[in-house]
Design a protein around this ligand. Structure first.
Ligand code: FES
Ligand code: FES
Length: 168
């Protein structure tokens, strides 16, 4: 079947198996391999993407259910942040704070963090812990991940302050 949807700002019509998950459409149909497959049972969060702005485990969403929706994957995150070529603050936060080791969980973590910050731009460490609890990491012990997201939140705040100052 053919699934029409918008991925990372581009309108696509992607051929998919009738019961294929969205993760398969993204990885095999569009070669967007940044979205990882881990458990494929909704428990690890490695496959998390934004669907219509919400953090979504793409192994748990049928490709057909994503028809006409807007999807953002890790490959489109910088563009999602704005028109310049800068990384999204969450991506920069992970780099600056050594928020990854093997990196397998990182795309899903980043997408979950983006959704969290879009809902709550100034979260506490506990709110971050709660917000990404559906995403598992086998390497880091999470401390550096929380640091990365807190740093990203501060960068988002700085950007907001600069923007509102320049509006005056
Ligand atoms: S692969 Fe989707 S939640 Fe683990
Ligand atoms: S950095 Fe390896 S699983 Fe998280």
């Amino acid at each position: 079947m053919k699934v029409p949807l918008t991925v990372n700002g581009t309108d696509e019509v992607v051929e998919a198996r009738p019961m294929a998950p969205l993760s398969e459409l993204l990885r095999d149909g569009l070669e967007l391999k940044g979205t990882k497959r881990g458990c494929e049972t909704g428990k690890c969060g490695a496959c998390t993407v934004l669907v219509d702005g919400k953090a979504t485990k793409s192994c748990q969403r049928l490709a057909g259910q994503a028809a006409e929706s807007t999807v953002v994957t890790i490959e489109g995150l910088a563009k999602h942040a704005g028109d310049d070529d800068d990384l999204h603050p969450v991506q920069q936060g992970f780099i600056d704070n050594f928020g990854m080791q093997c990196g397998y969980c990182t795309p899903g973590m980043a997408m979950a963090a983006v959704a969290l910050l879009e809902e709550n731009p100034n979260p506490t460490r506990t709110e971050i812990q709660e917000g990404i609890k559906g995403n598992l990491c086998r390497c880091t012990g999470y401390t550096k991940i929380y640091d990365s997201i807190l740093d990203a939140a501060a960068q988002v705040e700085d950007t907001t302050i600069e923007t509102s100052a320049s509006d005056d």
